[in-house]
Design a protein around this ligand. Structure first.
Ligand code: ADP
Ligand code: MG
Length: 729
């Protein structure tokens, strides 16, 4: 495959904006969206007919022509310049972490030796970033076709610092997607079409279905000075060594605790800047681990929510630095305490305001509710391995399978009431039942009065839990682009809704009523996808065995989980929903394997360096001091006394020697394992080798480094310790 470069978040523009703290008179409602070219600003800056055209484009009812784009660009430029913008950039989401930008000035020759500010429709609509070093998995070799970025008018442009940022998709000239956004938009279109057709069975006037995403972003903060003294944090985003702090999260005193003043100041600034950029921040709190926090906005349409999450992660990193912090988005920055995830709260709703995953008041509402729940479960059941593949990464692997949400098996928790409703539906039809619950609930399809779904019944160990009016996909990693999970989920649900509609139509053709056709199919599907429903403890060993019996995917090795994208069922689903062609999936998998390898490779290098150049020299120095002490003690005391006085030091000398020997030998093994793995040509096989032979050696060796940390003189220990990094006051 072509060379890939890691692409760090650029965020240049952020450095230029001073922190603005609003005066008490300013309310979020006043500065919300201040830097966003939203409908209100379009109305002000665009001619009436152009404004109307743009609204149609944004609502997905028209495509943009170049003449209109020119006029839109002109209005945008006037607005952006009023905020001091001098540059534009196409802002895109390549298949790396973070986002990418390439800045161009608003300037053009005026033909008379001077300059004019210019920004044309063409510049707005399309750019060709010299992006040959972005990963393409071989689709776009540097010499063949180039990639271009194209404006996504459904996500509004915004200004950061002196730059007008234009959200774009990034695609090859040959049409294949080179980013997350293009396939996401295809998946959202697929689910819109499929869900609209199904929703019309219940509500004929529905014209559009919207996929909603409300993410909850977890993160850690560490002091910038301490961060700088940890080469592992700087280079890999996580601590590769470090003994548990005596006190960490065992007292449960951090979760929802009062927020330290320094952190509160950071959060305030972050929220103000996020709100100004149109991110509807709502919730903030301490998380379970010390120094761990969460920010959640109000849910939005999925494409916009994804952009906002990418933007927020960028903002977090930049605002943190202004407060003397570093923001860690890695899924597992510290061993022994919880890692960070990004719950993806997901639901479908209609243009007529109906939440398809929420219960309603009428019989029709409730039959529709059950339909969308069951067909979502069908999608998750059919593609549980793929959904896991959509969220795995070298970093997220530290969370999955460990005893913190979520386990490495995708299953769905429905809660007691909904489980009873489905169980009942499966067995009986058209007859009234009454379920004892928190709320007395009557389900008498077709004579249903009202379904009240209890939202307090929660299972934190479930990776895909129903929580009242949405599903919460909890396995997504904190650093991930939510788009990956949202592409797989929305496409899979689109497929199951298409399939549902086809079968319902066939029954109706055979002469059944719509109601009976729906009921029959639902009953079949409830039985079919029963295996995906699990309300027990997702961490238990019994569940692992039981899940395997049920035929769910229990694979834990990241490079092997990635294979699920190439399962015939996945390939067919992506083809049916027009999200990916096979070649695109293959190319993207190559990138995933390659990224996995590089992550572990970098960790192994940094780890080896820390061991050989930081830890062992210090351990040896301390050991020499102990040896010196033992010798001198022997010189001034009689033999027996000297031996008694030195007994502890002699034991320590031996312990240090044993740990250092182990570490030295293992670092050699680590280098050897890497050499073997590096010779492998296939990206997949190489990633497997890194997973099987390199990664375990890092963890094994770490144990000995952490033991040394406990016995070496604190004064000379070369790295900040967990207890120093984890308690911001
Ligand atoms: P928690 O799960 O911690 O109780 P909240 O209830 O605050 O969190 O919700 C978390 C996220 O879920 C928020 O972004 C919220 O807007 C979002 N959310 C709520 N209802 C829906 C829905 N129907 N579809 C999608 N997201 C939703
Ligand atoms: Mg939640």
């Amino acid at each position: 495959m072509s060379a890939t470069l890691r692409f760090e978040v650029v965020g240049e523009a952020f450095k230029k904006r001073p922190i603005e703290t609003p005066t008490p008179a300013e309310r979020p409602s006043e500065f919300f969206g201040k830097y966003v070219f939203n409908r209100e600003k379009m109305h002000k800056y665009l001619p009436a007919d152009v404004y109307q055209k743009m609204i149609n484009v944004m609502d997905g009812n028209a495509t943009l022509d170049l003449a209109t784009a020119d006029l839109v660009a002109e209005g945008m430029k006037r607005w952006a310049m009023s905020l001091g913008a001098t540059h534009i950039t196409h802002w895109f989401q390549p298949l790396t972490e973070g986002t990418a930008e390439k800045h161009d000035g608003f300037v053009e020759h005026d033909g008379k030796g001077g300059m004019v500010e210019e920004f044309t429709g063409k510049q707005l609509v399309q750019q060709e970033p010299d992006a040959s070093s972005f990963p393409s998995g071989g689709i776009r070799s540097t010499f063949e076709a180039r990639g271009y970025s194209a404006w996504d008018p459904t996500s509004p442009v915004f200004v950061i610092g002196d730059t007008l940022m234009i959200p774009t998709v990034f695609i090859a000239y040959t049409g294949e997607a080179l980013d997350y956004k293009a396939p996401l938009k295809k998946a959202l279109h697929a689910v819109d079409c499929a869900a609209t057709a199904v929703a019309q069975l219940f509500y004929p006037d529905v014209k559009k279905v919207i996929s909603n995403l409300g993410w909850e972003q977890e993160y850690f903060l560490v002091d910038e000075g301490l961060y700088a003294a940890r080469p592992d944090l700087v280079m890999t985003g996580r601590t590769l060594m470090g003994h548990d702090s005596a006190k960490n999260q065992q007292m449960d005193d951090h979760y929802f605790g009062s927020i330290p003043e320094r952190v509160a100041a950071f959060m305030r600034d972050l929220e103000i800047q996020a709100l100004e950029l149109g991110i509807p921040c709502k919730t903030r709190h301490n998380e379970a681990a010390p120094n761990q926090f969460e920010l959640a906005p109000i849910f939005e349409e999925t494409n916009l929510a994804v952009d906002h999450n990418m933007l927020l992660m960028m903002l977090m990193k930049n605002v943190a630095r202004k407060h003397g912090f570093r923001c860690l988005l890695h899924e597992k920055p510290f061993a022994g305490i919880n890692g960070s995830g990004k719950h993806n709260n997901w639901s479908l709703s209609t243009d007529t305001g109906i939440l398809l995953h929420g219960p309603g008041k009428t019989q029709i509402d409730n039959l529709r509710f059950i339909t969308f729940i069951v067909e979502t479960l069908m999608a998750v059941w059919r593609h549980n391995g793929l959904l896991k593949a959509s969220i795995v990464s070298a970093a997220n692997a530290h969370r999955l399978g460990a005893n913190e949400a979520p386990p490495a098996i995708i299953s769905s928790f429905l809660g007691k009431q909904l489980t009873e409703v489905l169980d009942h539906l499966e067995k009986t039809a058209d007859e009234e039942i009454s379920l004892a619950g928190k709320h007395e609930m009557h389900l008498d399809i077709p004579q249903i009065p009202e379904l009240l779904i209890d939202n307090t019944d929660r299972n934190r160990t479930s990776p895909f839990a129903f929580t009242g009016n949405r599903f919460e996909f909890r396995a997504v990693g904190s650093e991930a682009n939510c788009a990956s999970a949202m592409i797989a989920l929305n496409a899979a649900v689109a497929e199951s809704l298409m399939d549902f509609k086809k079968r319902v139509d066939a029954r109706i053709q055979e002469g059944g009523t719509t109601f009976h056709a729906i009921m029959e199919i639902l009953r079949e599907d409830i039985t079919t996808c029963r295996a995906i429903r699990f309300d027990g403890n997702g961490y238990s060993d019994e569940w692992r065995r039981e899940a395997a019996r049920r035929g769910l995917d229990t694979e834990g090795s990241v490079p092997l989980v990635i294979d699920r994208y190439l399962d015939p069922a996945s390939v067919e689903m992506f083809k049916k929903t027009k999200v990916f062609e096979l070649a695109e999936i293959q190319a993207r998998n190559e990138i995933k394997w390659d990224t996995y390898t590089k992550k572990i490779q970098i960790e192994a290098r940094v780890f080896g360096d820390l061991c050989l150049n930081h830890i062992i020299p210090v351990a040896t120095r301390y050991q020499s001091a102990l040896i010196d002490n033992v010798h001198k003690t022997a010189q001034i005391f009689p033999k027996e006394t000297a031996e008694r006085l030195s007994v502890n030091n002699v034991a320590l000398i031996q312990q240090i020697a044993e740990h250092t020997i182990f570490i030295t030998e293992n670092v050699e093994k680590l280098v050897a394992a890497r050499k073997v793995a590096n010779r492998i040509v296939s990206d997949r096989e190489k990633a497997i080798a890194y997973h099987d032979t390199v990664a375990p050696l890092i963890e094994e060796t770490r144990y000995h480094v952490d033991k040394l940390e406990l016995i070496i003189d604190d004064e000379i220990w070369p790295l900040p310790k967990y207890r120093e990094m984890l308690f911001i006051r």
